[in-house]
Design a protein around this ligand. Structure first.
Ligand code: OGA
Ligand code: NI
Length: 382
């Protein structure tokens, strides 16, 4: 029997208040400033979400305007050479957008197409094979089938595989999927992880320097062994006639410090900025990077973890690979003292990374409240 597993993972803080599919309207505009999408014509088949009956919505979404924009682009090569101007560009991008793209990463295009190919292979396995890698009790890693909401109204159209970053655990999972192992899959995944890890470390180092902090401030407690350190593969290949309330991936924020995403050429990713959803067009060879909850806490809300989601825009198959490396579970997460002042008091009480992830796993999809809010010092106490 198909398990009713929520494909939206505990690594991501769901935002049920905005989880419904919008009628995606591509725009040709590609300027950095978002421009409103024209209203739908009366020939459109589906109602504009702002005009849907409330029964058609999973929940009211006040952020229903979709626009398209290009994210700020940061040149990794320049950052590697300690280019001061590029570092400041990175800081501006994370402060203003919480999302940016990385160019000139030196990751060969060949490796990107190989990892996409391996994503297709693993999800093409028979269901019986994939479900052998279902997460064990208490474990976060494993295969997540498509899910339907408790009330059957909401469907999340992605399948996901959360591979552990710990090499031994990863190879155990690969044996669950293919009894005889899979050399090609293992080696491409290993090479990919090494490549994106280099990007992550460089970005975190440049960001710390750009904020005037110790360059190792964000990196010294990261661990491959953490349950939540994962390479998450997503596939959105549902070809059925979906309903307007179906999402590829529900609106959520990530629990990471920074998340590094490679998306295939089929669009669908949207980020929430101000009062709009902004569609992010895939660009070959660019990685999309976003601030996660942990960085928001450590920077005392100077950097904000941005809500994003995936919508189904066509019947083309979309895939993505998401690299998330978190701190070890006993690491105490708290705002960095240099970013706390009389004018900017600490917004959070200290907590362990483990407490955060446990809270996230048990509260997912429930009440639309960000998991971060559970750890925030309430304004009356601050
Ligand atoms: C995620 C995520 C976006 C995508 O897995 O957390 O946001 O494009 N994925 O698949
Ligand atoms: Ni995400």
């Amino acid at each position: 029997m198909a398990p009713n597993v929520a494909a939206h993972d505990g690594l991501s803080t769901s935002d049920a208040s905005s989880s419904f599919l919008l009628h995606h309207q591509p725009s040709t505009d590609a300027t950095p400033t978002p421009t409103p999408t024209p209203p739908p014509s009366h020939h459109d088949q589906q109602p504009h979400p702002c005009h849907m009956q409330s029964s058609q919505l999973v929940a009211h979404d006040q952020y229903c305007l979709i626009t398209q924009a290009e994210l700020p682009v940061v040149d990794l090569g320049l950052l590697c050479h300690g280019d001061e101007a590029e570092m400041q560009k990175l800081v501006m991008a994370v402060k203003e957008w919480g999302f940016f793209e990385v160019a000139n990463s030196c990751v060969p295009l060949k490796l990107l197409s190989e990892i996409e190919e391996q994503v297709s292979h693993v999800f093409a396995l028979p269901f019986e094979a994939k479900i052998r890698a279902e997460p064990a009790a208490g474990s976060f890693h494993g295969y997540l089938a498509r899910s339907s909401g408790e009330d059957g109204k909401m469907l999340q159209l992605s399948e996901a595989l959360r591979l552990p970053l710990n090499p031994q655990h990863r190879s155990d999972m690969i044996i669950q999927l293919w009894h005889e192992g899979n050399e090609a899959f293992s080696s491409v995944v290993e090479e990919y992880i090494a490549a994106v890890e280099t990007i992550l470390l460089q970005l975190l180092k440049s960001l710390a320097l750009g904020l005037g902090l110790d360059p190792l401030q964000f990196t010294h407690n990261l661990s491959n062994d953490a349950n939540f350190s994962t390479l998450r593969m997503n596939i959105y290949n549902d070809s059925s006639q979906s309903s307007p309330t179906d999402l590829g991936l529900v609106a959520h924020s990530d629990a990471s410090l920074l998340t590094i995403l490679h998306q295939s050429s089929v669009d669908g990713l949207q980020i929430r900025k101000d009062d709009k959803w902004i569609a992010i067009k895939p660009r070959i060879g660019f990685f999309v990077v976003n601030v996660g909850d942990m960085l928001q806490v450590m920077t005392n809300d100077l950097l904000l973890s941005v809500v994003h989601r995936v919508v189904k825009t066509s019947n083309k198959c979309r895939s993505s690979v998401v690299f998330i490396k978190v701190t070890h579970p006993q690491f105490i997460v708290r705002p960095i003292p240099q970013l706390v002042s009389e004018h900017r008091p600490s917004q959070y009480l200290p907590f362990t990374a483990d407490e955060y992830y446990t809270s996230m796993s048990s509260n997912r999809l429930l009440d639309g409240k960000s998991n971060l809010d559970r750890f925030r010092i309430s304004p009356t106490l601050a």
